[in-house]
Design a protein around this ligand. Structure first.
Ligand code: SF4
Length: 351
């Protein structure tokens, strides 16, 4: 069986090719071909000798992703891709062309076990974890597309399907790979990891020395309300999650983002904003309000813009750092899991 080298660090590639008499320094060359130039055929790695290329073709393989479906938003700023791996599993990856650069949202699991009621990714549970290479393949897929426009990926949000901290080792490998000089050479600060609040893993992440931005899905202004939205709240309550957020901010010096999905007539009232302001007071944190992307399967509705504004103003008046996420890609079901769900519903054989 051929060895898949995609997603390996240079050291791992060197160990893999050494038994075939290929020198260690070629590992960097191979990594650059894959991760920087988007070349996945050994025969096209022209700075390797012909002999070594032939050996590599014989013993190794580079597995990445193929396109299963694409949706473009009408304003052309958001593109959602359903990308398929070797075993036929598919996940969503989203390119968002923001004023500050190109941002890619990656998935970390096929499906998700967390059961958040507003999320389509969890409708069929979790199927499997993605490897570090499979997460990286999503970013490189977009990067290769952007190269045709003489541009590149600037920031990464780990916010697609899956709970990243439930796939801890692979996600950390992915983050480290993105940072490597022979790969994308992205700063850790340009990577945001979003969690539903796995407290032990949040504490562990705080000790890794990786200053990625931590984004916590709060979505409610009190414990009771949060339990209705997020089953994980019965394991790690809202106060415990916020304490882990404080610990992360203290250990890394990084401001934590609290995500708050606004759902009409559920958590969008002024009293909720006031409760939230009390929770946020004195914390090294900011709030990101996200009017919910309607999930047809769950009957969740988006508040009108007046209600959103009122919520934001209530927080601002209390001195809380708050932003409202720009609506991107609503017309292409850009919320997590919705394209995959659509394709699954149409073509169950995909799984
Ligand atoms: S919001 Fe995130 S953690 Fe919650 S079910 Fe969806 S993918 Fe999983």
């Amino acid at each position: 069986m051929k060895i898949d080298i995609f997603g390996m660090f240079v050291d791992e590639i060197a160990l893999t090719i050494q038994p075939y008499g290929i020198p260690k320094y070629s590992a960097v060359q191979i990594a650059k071909w894959m991760y920087q130039h988007g070349i996945y055929d050994f025969n096209n790695m022209t700075n390797l000798s012909k002999k070594h290329r032939t050996i590599l073709v014989e013993h190794c393989i580079i597995n990445t992703v193929s396109t299963q479906a694409i949706e473009q938003s009408s304003d052309g700023k958001t593109s959602k891709y359903l990308l398929k791996f070797n075993d036929g599993m598919a996940v969503e990856t989203v390119l968002m062309r923001q004023p500050y650069g190109n941002s890619v949202c990656v998935s970390t699991q096929v499906g998700c076990a967390m059961g958040c009621v507003f999320c389509a990714s969890t409708l069929n549970g979790v199927i499997r974890n993605l490897t570090g290479g499979e997460i990286l393949a999503q970013v490189l897929y977009i990067n290769n597309l952007l190269k045709q426009e003489q541009t590149t990926v600037n920031t990464i949000v780990i916010m697609g399907s899956g709970e990243p901290l439930a796939n801890y080792d692979n996600v950390l490998k992915f983050i480290r790979l993105c940072h490597e000089e022979y790969s994308l050479h992205l700063s850790y600060r340009s990577i945001t990891l979003s969690t539903s609040g796995l407290v032990p893993e949040m504490d562990k992440l705080a000790t890794e020395g990786l200053p990625v931005t931590l984004s916590i899905s709060l979505h409610a202004s009190n414990n009771e309300l949060r339990s209705q939205l997020m089953p994980i709240n019965s394991r790690y309550s809202l106060p415990e999650v916020m304490a882990a957020g404080d610990n992360y901010a203290k250990q890394t010096g990084r401001r934590v983002t609290y995500e708050y999905i606004l759902i009409a007539d559920f958590n969008d009232k002024v009293e909720h904003a006031q409760q939230l302001a009390i929770l946020m007071r004195g914390r090294l944190a900011n709030v990101n309000l996200i009017p919910v992307n309607p999930v047809i399967e769950r009957g969740l509705l988006r508040p009108d813009s007046k209600r959103v504004q009122q919520f934001e103003q209530t927080l601002l008046k209390k001195g809380i750092n708050v932003t409202v996420r720009r609506e991107m890609g609503t017309d292409i079901r850009a919320a997590c899991g919705q394209l995959r769900q659509k394709v699954l519903n149409k073509a169950p054989e995909v799984r």
